[in-house]
Design a protein around this ligand. Structure first.
Ligand SMILES: C[S@@+](CC[C@H](N)C(=O)[O-])C[C@H]1O[C@@H](n2cnc3c(N)ncnc32)[C@H](O)[C@@H]1O
Length: 499
């Protein structure tokens, strides 16, 4: 075996922090059986030895790394083998480490089949297989302490991992390190978790730490995580809270506290919610002022004004783009020639447009995806709220417009049906809603993803009419004056009402 898959060294202080998570009753028995799966250059082996453990084993796929460890740790039982089809002779009290992270598509062929055999789908990452294999190799009461990407908390194809964890025990600790720079070159969002293999009845609460910003160094992370866990309190580096173990009802997992309110309705009951229109070839369809001025009256029929993510200011929109929305009103290239300016512009991109992806029923000069187009046109005269589908801003950017704009592919559209649009605008831009939304599993790195699926099912608390009117009034004030100083007033009203 001399393949290396994703060797990246874990910082010493992070390994130390993970070793400190071993339960006290195990720490005192120095001879518990321990396995480091994918031991690399032995950063965990060293830490474990320093902590006094005597019954340590390590497995490593790469012959070079295995030999490196063999020299360095003569007293440790090492295996140069592939963990994913390794036949272990025993079960372990503790499995610890930093498994490789590589998506199925980037794995060598030999590993792919092993991952599929263990996880059951081709959309997996190799670390999914490491988690499942490790759960299998633990004794009852055994512990798994891994540092892995955050993705298995929400990825659809990692559901099998979440289910296996729930069915076989519970998470005792989660330390969410977000996109902190821990490794050379890559900065995936990572978390440390400690899983305990135990029968259902004895599930405990999970202790959840989340790092407050990403510039802390491993040494500080170690010290402050240990401090926060031992005091059961937040500190300047970590937020701290406890919650019950996730259940099968939790579609995704999150490290944000749950917001619970009993009286609510779903956003989709009071709003139409839909994705924007995708041209699939911006240069061809986007027009500048000069190009627009060349269009004749017939050609102007294809002109639309469109809102992109960059126009969403939060509360209001600023600017728009002109697009040529070419759809099945033009059926053939012959017909396209009837519109000389449009034809001239599109034909210059024909080669590239022909090779892009589009549905078989489309022609090369059509827009790629016009989902919801009819619906959106029917709403054109109504107030609409646009929000970037993926947003890095620190405050929500739900942006209302009463203009006849259409949404681009990078924004989600909400059309209020029964509620005052200004009430929804104020509520959706509030701090409370942002935290609630994050707790619904919408975080993607340092961004929030506003999807039709999650947004449709968000719960809106029932406020009395006076409160709704109060929120709407302030939101209108912010919208009219283009001044967000009053955002805080809405946060206060909501926090008083939802205490
Ligand atoms: C992210 S590195 C971590 C290394 C070390 N544990 C550390 O924390 O510094 C993952 C390690 O797993 C090894 N590895 C990858 N695939 C493996 C497999 N199928 N079986 C055993 N080891 C594997 C890699 O060679 C690499 O050394």
């Amino acid at each position: 075996m001399n393949e290396t898959i994703a060797f990246v060294q874990t910082p010493k202080d992070i390994a130390k922090l993970m070793i400190s998570l071993i339960s006290e009753n195990k720490k005192i028995q120095k001879n518990i059986s321990i396995l480091d799966s994918g031991c690399g250059k032995g950063i965990f082996l060293k830490g474990l030895q320093e902590a006094g453990f005597t019954n340590i084993e390590g497995i490593e796929l790469s012959k070079d790394l295995y030999e490196f460890c063999l020299k360095k740790f003569p007293n440790i039982q090492l295996y140069n083998d592939d963990y994913l089809d390794w036949l272990s002779l025993k079960e372990y009290d503790l499995i610890i480490g930093n498994p490789p992270y590589t998506h199925y598509n980037s794995l060598p062929r030999s590993s792919r089949s092993k991952v599929v055999r263990i996880v059951g789908n081709k959309e997996s990452d190799i670390y999914y297989a490491f988690i499942l294999k490790s759960i299998e190799l633990l004794k009852e009461g055994g512990e798994l302490i891994f540092i892995v990407p955050y993705g298995f908390f929400f990825n659809t194809y990692a559901k099998v991992i979440r289910e296996r964890i729930i069915d076989n025990g519970y998470l005792e600790t989660i330390i969410d390190l977000d996109e902190t720079r821990l490794f050379e070159d890559e900065n995936p969002e990572t978390l440390i978790f400690k899983f305990v293999k135990k029968s259902l009845e004895s599930k405990q609460n999970i202790r959840i730490l989340r790092i407050k910003e990403r510039n802390f160094k491993p040494n500080t992370i170690n010290n402050k995580a240990v401090e926060s866990l031992s005091n059961s309190k937040e500190n300047e580096v970590f937020t701290y809270y406890e919650r019950q173990m996730f259940t099968h009802e939790n579609e995704v997992w999150t490290t944000y506290p749950e917001k619970i309110f009993s009286d609510f309705y779903l956003l989709k009951e009071v709003c139409w919610i839909g994705v924007g229109l995708v041209s699939g070839f911006e240069q061809a369809f986007l027009l500048d002022e000069e190009e627009k001025s060349l269009l004749n009256d017939e050609e102007k029929e294809f002109l639309v004004r469109s809102i992109k993510s960059k126009h969403c200011q939060g509360y209001w929109t600023d600017g728009f783009e002109y697009y040529l929305l070419i759809d099945k009103r033009i059926k053939s290239e012959e017909e396209l020639k009837r519109y000389p300016t449009i034809h001239r512009k599109l034909i210059s991109h024909k080669d590239s447009m022909t090779v892009r992806y589009f549905p078989a029923s489309n022609k090369w000069f059509h827009w790629q995806a016009l989902r919801n187009y009819e619906k959106l046109r029917s709403f054109i005269a109504q107030p609409k709220i646009f929000v970037p589908s993926l947003d890095r801003s620190t405050e929500n950017r739900f942006s209302l417009t009463e203009e006849p704009y259409l949404p681009s592919g990078d924004v989600l559209t909400l059309v209020p049906q029964q509620k005052d649009p200004f009430f929804l605008l104020g509520y959706l831009n509030s701090k409370f809603f942002r935290e609630y939304y994050l707790s619904a599993g919408a975080r993607r790195g340092h961004r929030i993803s506003f999807t039709q699926r999650i947004m449709s099912n968000v719960r809106i608390p029932v406020f009395d009419q006076e409160t709704e009117n109060g929120i709407a009034k302030i939101a209108k004030n912010i919208f009219d004056g283009k001044n967000t100083a009053k955002r805080k007033e809405i946060d206060e009203i909501i926090s008083i009402n939802l205490k």
